[in-house]
Write a protein that binds this ligand. Structure first.
Ligand code: GDP
Ligand code: ZN
Length: 355
């Protein structure tokens, strides 16, 4: 009940914010930029378009590609790394103030346990789900990320990294084939890469070029290695942030955008965020979760009982009948019921351990 009421308030607030937004016009002095780091209260915004009217005493920092530390007007909607914003420039304090959120294609949010919505990232196009022959693939985690992609209307891309180890792991090969069959039917791709031998990196680049993506997956599958291969300067970005923290200004970053071309954010990049591994699903209904399992969702009306729980021993369950007939994978039904149980219990049955 309280959740429903909470949603109503949010909607009303959203309308109010929209109206405030409309009254906020650019008088020509605002710079346009993309949020590249989010520290909670403050954000770093990289300039992508200069103000039409430059201040009387222009600063060197008002150039394309310059990064401005900004705070925000209080009545703005929730902002996230990846958002395009307009901001005013206080050249004396070298501090910006975000005045306006520009159009966004999508915003990934997750609720925390107190029903507070947390932004994860904005304008993300691709969720790159990385797995490997070793550590042994946690298929339940892959299914969970496929669900998150579906819920947020983001294209998933499955990447089996450490392809150099595949010869010794026939089981991993089978998992690739199973997801390839699903992907062909439901519109996602599965590719193999090796950051060690550099194979498959061009194919990976083609899938994410010009787009914003997030990498998700178990710890140890090679996400950092892949990101470093795609972005040799990423390490540098990490250093810049830790230098800032040493100054004692900002101890936590919630997320940051690693651009392929720091002078041209339109070329895309990777948003490095812990938000995606903290993405709890306790707020989802069984129907929401089913939406992430296309092949099972198609069968949903065919179970004998309307309130079928699709557990293995459920009488007249169409899912298990299809599994017995070899039409769907039993492990996908198991993933589904595990996620539904997790949502019901309101706590993580499977704790994702990816980066
Ligand atoms: P992350 O936890 O997902 O970020 O994984 P890391 O990038 O830290 O990699 C974990 C370990 O796997 C490291 O020891 C890497 O050297 C190794 N690794 C990464 N990519 C490959 C690969 O393509 N092949 C092999 N054999 N090892 C890899
Ligand atoms: Zn059923």
């Amino acid at each position: 009940m309280s959740l429903i009421r909470g949603r109503k308030i949010t909607k009303r607030q959203a309308r109010q914010i929209e109206q405030n937004q409309l009254t906020q016009v650019d008088d020509g002095t605002l710079a346009t930029g993309v949020i590249i780091s989010h520290f909670g209260k403050q954000l770093d915004v990289q300039i992508t378009a200069l103000p039409q009217i430059l201040p009387d005493h222009p600063s060197d920092a008002i150039t394309l590609g310059a990064i401005w530390r900004c705070h925000t007007r209080t009545n703005l909607p929730m902002l996230a790394t990846g958002d395009t914003v307009q901001f005013s420039l206080d050249t004396t304090a070298n501090l910006g103030r975000i005045e306006r959120l520009c159009e966004r294609t999508r915003l990934i949010t997750r609720p925390d346990r107190y029903h507070k919505v947390k932004p994860v990232a904005a304008n993300v196009d691709v969720l790159v789900i990385v797995f490997a022959p070793l550590p042994k693939p946690a298929v339940n985690l892959i299914d969970r990320y496929l669900l998150i992609a579906r819920l947020n209307d983001i294209t998933p891309l499955l990447v089996m990294n450490k392809a150099d180890l595949l010869v010794d792991h026939a089981d991993a090969m089978q998992i690739i084939e199973e997801y390839q069959a699903l992907g062909e039917k439901y519109g996602f791709s599965v590719i193999t890469t090796s950051s060690t031998t550099q194979t498959g990196l061009d194919a990976l680049k083609q899938h994410i070029d010009g787009k914003l993506s997030i990498f998700a997956g178990q710890s140890g599958v090679g996400k950092s290695s892949l990101i470093n291969a795609l972005l040799p300067d990423a390490q540098q970005a990490t250093n810049i942030i830790s230098v800032n923290s040493q100054l004692g200004q900002h101890t936590t970053t919630t997320s940051r955008l690693l651009a392929y071309d720091t002078q041209n954010l339109a070329a895309g990049g990777i948003i490095d965020t812990p938000g995606i591994r903290e993405y709890g699903i306790w707020h989802l209904s069984a129907d929401d979760i089913l939406a992430g399992f296309d092949e099972l969702n198609e069968l949903v009306g065919s179970c004998q009982f309307r309130d079928c729980n699709h557990q293995k021993n459920a009488k007249g369950c169409a899912f298990w009948a299809a599994a017995d007939a070899g039409e769907v994978l039993p492990r996908r039904i198991e993933s589904l019921t595990l996620l539904i149980d997790e949502a019901k219990n309101g706590q993580s049955a499977v704790k994702p351990s990816g980066k």
